[in-house]
Design a protein around this ligand. Sequence first.
Ligand code: SF4
Length: 228
Amino acid sequence: MSKSDLSLYDITKFTAIDYPNHLATIFWFAGCNMRCDYCYNKSIVFGNGKISQQEAIDFLKTRINLLEGVVLSGGECTLNPNIFKLCQEIKSLGFKIKIDTNGTNPKMIKKLIKNSLVDFISLDYKAPNEKFYQITKNRNFSDFEKTLKYLIKKEFDFEVRTTIHSQLLNEDDINKIIKDLFKKGYKNSYFLQNFIYDNDTIGNISQKNKKVSKEKILNIIDVKYRNY
Ligand code: SF4
């Protein structure tokens, strides 16, 4: 892998919370095809990478037998043309791989799964179709949906999650997502993540954020709450 390919914005050397039940490191990919109003990773989304994938692999070699997994996050890591090769190298060192994705690159996700190069996926369900563009400034709901359907059909080990700010999503919107997940046969837990205020979000989102009323949320699938 070339040292001139500076596709990573940063490396978090250690995390015990970002890969369920695994001690891991996080590789943050620069660049994203969305502009979510609540995103506080502005420097990652708009910024250029400064770490090469070779440097990341060199770091990983120092963590063999100390860490179990690698989280590929961002930005949107599946857009990087070298992610396949990177995953092959990570696997050859004996690490498991978790991918955080907005789901808009189903081709790459399928390719990685078919080649056993990913072990767990966190898939963002940003909003119901009719609010998808408003929140993400991306019109690619159909590709997100392809990813979701594929993971369900494959019975792949994955979780669906939604970040909520009351300025953007309300209980009706969440229930639309829940009904859609139910209809598509999603069997795993669905995570509702309360937005954590940051004063530098892409959409300059307000600090005022009313938490969802849990009693208004449908319980036809297993719903779990984070930061509530
Ligand atoms: S929150 Fe949205 S804009 Fe930010 S990295 Fe994730 S998908 Fe991209």
